[in-house]
Design a protein around this ligand. Structure first.
Ligand code: SAM
Length: 234
């Protein structure tokens, strides 16, 4: 892949620390910059994202992807498990969000990035090679079909979905893929009581409950965000 020269991404140490209680080290920041270049290069061939300005990319792709993983709701669950044992599936990953920033920030976790669109998964596979990420695999599949394939039943510790569809549909994709006590993270913008009510059927069908709803604003443009954490009970 020929990478264009891209403007430098911001690295607002104070904001990382204040909002995530975490800061990327120099190598991680260099990986984020490389990811930005890879996305800009991919965008020249296909429509991956309209978010291409450095500040926008930082906030709406990098920070937004990571905020769901650094949530205070998730941290106690993660603390119960050795970090290298954590497996994550990002369903409907598109151009690789939140999966690629997550795989860079959490290199000890094992990631599967899935999308039903072949050319998007081809791009993600190229990005993984370009970024030399040894902890990420890809699958071109539909989430609802993946669980029905012959072979061992998926049992991920985490499943993430951002901008893939209605909340109840996302829950019905994610919950059958979780290990007992595993957590699905639904990345949403606004969140309503009606959407929360729509989760009741998939939650009772798959034996899960709402672990928590994290409401927050993006740190630069103050957009409304919610991450919904669903935990498999048994
Ligand atoms: C709007 S994009 C979001 C991409 C990315 N998650 C993000 O937030 O930038 C939705 C993606 O979900 C994929 N998708 C939709 N339904 C799917 C399904 N049932 N299984 C797998 N991928 C699906 C689409 O191909 C598309 O790439």
């Amino acid at each position: 892949m020929t990478l264009p020269t891209a403007p430098a991404l911001p690295n607002p140490i104070d904001l990382w620390q204040l909002t995530l209680q975490w800061q990327p080290d120099a190598a991680t920041q260099a990986q984020f910059q490389r990811l930005y270049e890879v996305i800009l290069a991919g965008n020249q061939r296909m429509n991956l994202t309209r978010i291409t300005e450095p500040l926008d990319f930082w906030e709406k792709h990098l920070w937004d992807s990571l905020r769901g993983l650094f949530s205070p709701i998730l941290q106690p669950v993660l603390a119960q498990r050795a970090s290298q044992a954590i497996t994550v599936a990002d369903l409907g990953t598109g151009g690789g969000f939140p999966g690629l920033p997550g795989a860079i920030a959490f290199p000890e976790w094992q990631w599967l990035l899935m999308d039903s669109t072949r050319k998007k998964i081809q791009f993600v596979a190229e990005a993984i090679a370009e970024l030399e990420l040894g902890n990420v695999q890809t699958a071109c599949d539909r989430a609802e079909q993946f669980v029905r394939r012959p072979g061992p039943k998926p049992n991920f510790h985490l499943v993430t979905l951002r901008a893939v569809g209605a909340a109840d549909l996302c829950a019905s994709y994610a919950l059958p893929m979780l290990a007992p006590r595993g957590v699905a993270i639904l990345y949403r913008g606004r969140w309503s009581a009606e959407e929360e009510a729509s989760l009741q059927d998939p939650l009772s069908h798959w034996g899960a409950e709402i672990l928590g709803v994290d409401a927050f604003k993006t740190p630069m443009t103050e957009g409304d965000r919610h991450c919904i954490y669903l935990q498999k009970i048994d």
